[in-house]
Design a protein. Structure first.
Length: 294
């Protein structure tokens, strides 16, 4: 008998021993297990802990394509969900699964919900996480934007460029750090000024491992490389921590062709006429042979 069928038979018996279990899997692969039972439960290689204090509102599920949203509530603790990790965005869009389980025989269980974490709010040592169903992805607008700059993100599937190609990234220990937003080195690192502007700085080790920031400015001051981010890294980065610099792209056709040699994958429309062209009228003194206006 399948686990869900066995659980159904158990519930229909009238004397039940059921509990709820939740598994949260972050995008970095770290998994947390929670249960409202008074003892820990284990199945599917996950230990569901009872002392975390996580609870969830009743699941709101329906047929069709409507989004099934609910909420999870819990206490912030160093052993489970930490406030600094929420601040760092480590739980953003994490996968959530929820089961109804016979705690006397965990092989009898039913997967009630599967989705992702949406908005997370924190107050007075607790957190409230919005849970979004699988149909949430169907609620996002899709399509291409007709504009001059490229709409792809450097290195994504649409762009197709390998950002780990030699000359387009550099991994080194951090030397000078100011407010987790400005990073400096005592040499130019061998790259032209501005090479990393609009690129990324990724933390590769330590407490902030996996976090990254977008590079606002890349300049050379008296032979010293200075990388300034738009926002501070939301974690502690110490001197000597390995970071990686990835080249930036300003989305222009010329940059795609000359810097990355990736013109075939350019996702912009550089030849779209501007608004002035739409308002243009024939002129008696002009050349009106039907040719290009450019």
């Amino acid at each position: 008998m399948a686990g869900s069928d066995a659980l159904k038979a158990h519930v229909e018996s009238g004397l039940t021993t059921v509990a709820h279990c939740w598994a949260i899997t972050r995008r970095d692969g770290v998994t947390f297990g929670f249960t409202d039972h008074d003892a820990d439960l284990t199945f599917e290689g996950i230990s569901f802990r009872a002392e975390t204090g996580l609870t969830a509102h009743a699941l709101s599920q329906s047929t069709g394509l409507s989004v099934d949203n609910t909420e999870a509530l819990g206490a912030l603790s160093a052993a489970a969900v930490r406030e600094d990790e929420i601040e760092q965005g480590r739980f953003d869009e994490a996968e959530v699964r929820a089961w109804l389980v016979n705690w006397a025989d965990v092989s009898e269980r039913w997967l009630q919900f599967r989705g992702t974490i949406g908005e997370i709010t924190r107050t007075d040592g607790t957190f409230r996480a919005e849970l979004r169903g699988l149909t949430e992805a169907l609620n996002r607008p899709l399509g291409r934007v007709y504009q001059r700059p490229c709409t792809a993100v450097l290195g994504d599937a649409a762009c197709g460029f390998d950002v780990t190609a030699p000359g387009f990234f550099y991994t080194l220990p951090a030397e000078v750090i100011e407010d987790m937003r400005v990073f400096g080195w005592d040499s130019s690192l061998g790259f032209d000024e501005g090479w990393f502007t609009r690129g990324r700085l990724e933390v590769r080790a330590g407490a902030a491992n996996g976090l990254w920031g977008t590079i606002k400015n890349d300049r050379i001051e008296n032979g010293r490389r200075v990388i300034e981010l738009w926002e501070p890294i939301r974690g502690e980065v110490g001197v000597g921590t390995q970071v990686r610099l990835i080249a930036g792209c300003d989305k222009r056709l010329e940059t795609c062709r000359l810097k990355f040699d990736n013109l075939l994958n350019f996702r912009g429309f550089p030849d779209i006429p501007g608004e002035d062209w739409l308002m243009a009228v024939p002129r008696s003194g002009g050349l009106n042979e039907g040719g290009s206006r450019r």
